[in-house]
Design a protein around this ligand. Structure first.
Ligand SMILES: [Zn+2]
Length: 334
């Protein structure tokens, strides 16, 4: 029944067709899991933001060279990161109620002088219940501070994959992004605002060729094959336009799109929606990669849930991408 509106003259609202629009209210309370972040380095309030916006679980990754104060880095520096994360994890869970799990790995963004010591120690760490993934790791085309020979990197990546295969743990790959950064650059002595990193310490690349970022990923999958690691146990984080086609068509891994720092790497919900349209939601996830060393958004996944719907993705597919896939791969409780 259409009644005459009491407004003085017709308003915009009177022209909206309410009947044809059904709102996806189930998305307001849809729980989600962040399969790759560094939330143990964030503030208490940031972790509270995860809880407030419906985060049910997360994999806090302890492997990043950003947090080793001494450069060049040694095994003991990375091991400290692992121990620090183990030390913080239970307290974080008790404070915020989401399931906080760990990923431990040897990142190749900085050369580690004695990596075999780490690999040897890692086997015991992988026995811990709270360790649900190995990583983030993966061959990188250029390092910070000190270059690392490609064959040596690949060997360390493969060694971690062998451990993961032996314990049926998934591996989080750090795939290098090729963010198109055109536009004006900042004064080099100031680095990139929003990213605490001394960019002048970047080393010349150890991988040449037309597409070193993609070459790195291909080396990772060679290593996975040699390690006997099932490709369905690999999560390629930082998926982007440069690697999506290869990962989807040539491998069986999961692709995780990192959207917590879109301002830096240029990936957002639109890229995720395009990938779902093209390949379906079965092998797609979203992660935030939130960390204290750069400008990141703990609300990124919650925002993306709404944005994916606006881009035409159905609620079942959204649920698959933000909840079911990471839950199944990392073994979170149903
Ligand atoms: Zn990360």
């Amino acid at each position: 029944m259409k009644s005459t509106p009491p407004t003085k003259r017709p308003t915009d609202a009177a022209h909206l067709d309410d009947e044809s629009r059904s709102l996806p209210t189930e998305l307001l309370n849809l729980p989600w899991i962040d399969g790759h972040n560094h939330a143990h380095t964030l503030s208490w309030e940031d972790r509270e933001r995860y809880a407030l916006s419906g985060c049910e679980g997360m994999v806090m990754v302890a492997s990043g060279y950003h947090w080793t104060p001494y450069k060049p880095a040694r095994a003991e520096d990375v091991r400290y990161l692992w121990d620090d994360a183990i030390n913080r994890r239970a307290a974080i869970e008790r404070n915020h109620f989401f399931e906080a799990r760990l990923g431990l790995g040897i990142h190749t963004g900085v050369r580690i002088q004695n990596p075999d010591e780490l690999l040897n120690a890692m086997a015991d760490y992988c026995e811990l219940d709270e360790v649900v993934a190995v990583g983030e790791t993966g061959v990188t085309p250029s390092q910070h501070v000190e270059a690392w020979d490609v064959d040596e990197q690949r060997a360390i990546v493969q060694g971690q994959m062998e451990l993961a295969a032996a314990r049926d743990l998934p591996v989080i790959l750090h795939t290098p992004n090729t963010s198109a950064d055109g536009g004006r650059s900042y004064r080099p002595e100031l680095g990139t605002p929003g990213y605490e990193k001394n960019t002048t310490l970047g080393q010349p690349p150890v991988l040449a060729g037309e597409n070193p970022a993609l070459e790195s990923v291909k080396l990772d999958f060679e290593a996975a094959r040699d390690a006997g690691l099932d490709e369905t146990r690999v999560v390629a984080s930082h998926a982007d336009e440069n690697n999506t086609e290869y990962l989807m068509e040539e491998t069986d891994c999961y692709l995780s799109y990192t959207i917590g720092h879109s301002w830096l790497i240029g990936i957002d919900a639109e890229d995720v929606a395009n990938a779902i349209d093209e390949y379906g939601p079965e092998r797609i996830m979203i992660d935030t990669d939130c960390a204290n060393v750069l400008r990141t958004d703990p609300y990124a996944i919650k925002r993306a849930i709404f944005e994916l719907y606006r881009y035409g993705i159905d609620p079942e597919s959204i649920r698959r991408v933000v909840l079911e896939n990471p839950r199944d791969v990392y073994g979170f409780a149903e």
